[in-house]
Design a protein around this ligand. Structure first.
Ligand SMILES: [Ca+2]
Length: 197
């Protein structure tokens, strides 16, 4: 939001970002699909494109090094997902939209909706902190899979100190082929107070 005069809020600070305008930017996949770069099918411009091999796994987009390592100041992960599946197959129920792993701990994010709508871009905004400590649950819940309980602030501190894996779910249809797209992945850091002049 930009207002007139000196009351201009600074742009939200960004830790890492991928818009895929030129190539895959080092992203890879986990699961049964083939990953390519599409120069024209993004939101806008280029994007990642994953073609499902239909061997049973749930495929994930895996973030490259710039999203990993010491990310203790991270506060939110935004991204845009699209999936195209022409046969109107049922949605595959699965509780891991995002996986964060580091320091021997695995955290998963369970979104409240089963899947984004088909054939259109859908924006995700995922808080990178424990919901219980802030009261801001967003549209999902974080779980510590390693300890089988809700994630805590301490868990996030452990994981984000040496983040070794950031995975974003890309597959939603049950029992058939689909094409997944990913664009506009942005990891934000904590916004510092901006003094008003
Ligand atoms: Ca793009």
């Amino acid at each position: 939001m930009v207002t007139s005069g000196s009351n201009i809020l600074s742009k939200e600070p960004i830790l890492a970002e991928s818009y895929f305008e030129v190539d895959k930017e080092g992203w890879s996949m986990q699961g049964d699909c083939t990953l390519t770069h599409s120069p024209t099918e993004g939101n806008p411009g280029g994007c990642l494109k994953a073609v499902d091999a239909v061997t049973g796994d749930v495929f994930y987009y895996l973030a490259p090094a710039k999203f990993l390592g010491d990310k203790r100041s991270a506060v939110r992960l935004d991204y845009d997902i699209k999936w195209v599946e022409p046969r109107n197959l049922p949605i595959f129920a699965w509780d891991r939209e995002v996986e964060l792993a580091g320091g021997g701990t695995l955290l998963i994010y369970h979104y409240q909706i089963a899947a984004p709508p088909r054939n259109t871009w859908f924006h995700y905004s995922v808080p990178l902190y424990a919901s219980s400590s802030t009261g801001q649950r967003g549209l999902g819940v974080w779980t510590n899979v390693t300890k089988n309980r809700p994630a805590t602030d301490e868990d996030f501190k452990v994981v984000l100190t040496s983040l070794g894996k950031l995975a974003i779910r890309g597959e939603f249809a049950h029992g058939g082929p689909e094409i997944g797209y990913l664009d506009n992945v942005v990891m934000y850091r904590v916004q510092k107070e901006v003094p008003m002049e």
